[in-house]
Write a protein that binds this ligand. Structure first.
Ligand code: TYD
Length: 203
């Protein structure tokens, strides 16, 4: 079945403000479109397992297991939320998706090709944005208990992978090291442009 909606993904380091920006974008777009705002890890069974059993432990589970869990959560998320919303013609905004697996599990040593292989069933997004904030800043911002991913070294490595995909055109970079409103305006302008040119898309 041909996808009718528009699928937008927002990526970034932990503490980069992507959740705030995804929420602001969803609020603005909701004035003209039917919008689903969602996130990964998802609120489904596998996503809940990841949050409860993997992210705040003493150490990371084997990276292969992490990658498989995130890929499994993605399949469930796709079937229960993403695909139904896209089939209904909604604008779907997803806070993290396959690029998170490439960046986090890839920078932890896994082959990017293998990560792509286990995510081969994932729906292709129409537009992927990377909200770029320096790793030193995000670590400083994170005041709450830090997860296993939230060390300066991990965030630096993760950013390097994201930037590779900015270079190859998979991700569009937005400078996230500015005030909230400036980032939100930039993000909205880029998405509005996409929605204008998405020929098959009827709001
Ligand atoms: P995050 O967006 O930080 O969730 P929340 O803001 O609700 O705490 O995601 C949790 C962590 O999961 C984050 O450190 C990135 C990591 N992650 C991966 O390592 N791989 C993935 O494929 C996804 C989706 C997330």
């Amino acid at each position: 079945m041909v996808k009718k909606g528009i699928f937008i993904v927002i990526e970034g380091l932990d503490g980069s403000g992507k959740t705030t920006q995804a929420t602001l974008l969803a609020e603005k777009l909701s004035k003209s479109y039917s919008v689903l705002l969602t996130a990964e890890p998802s609120k489904g069974k596998i996503g809940t397992f990841i949050r409860e059993c993997c992210l705040y432990e003493q150490a990371r589970v084997p990276t292969e297991a992490e990658a498989l869990l995130f890929a499994a959560d993605r399949i469930e998320h796709m079937q229960t939320e993403l695909k139904p919303a896209l089939d209904e013609g909604k604008v779907v905004i997803c806070d993290r998706y396959v690029y998170s697996s490439l960046a986090y599990q890839g920078s932890a040593g896994l082959s990017l090709d293998w990560i792509k292989t286990i995510n081969a069933r994932a729906l292709q997004p129409d537009f992927c944005i990377f909200i770029d904030v320096p790793p030193e800043k995000v670590i400083e911002r994170l005041q709450r208990k830090k997860s296993v991913m939230e060390t300066l070294e991990t965030q630096q490595k993760v950013r390097e992978v994201y930037l590779k995909y900015v270079e190859n055109g998979g991700l569009v970079r937005i400078d996230g090291d500015r005030d909230r409103e400036a980032v939100a305006e930039d993000l909205y302008a880029k998405v509005a442009e996409l929605l204008k040119t998405a020929k098959s898309f009827v709001p």
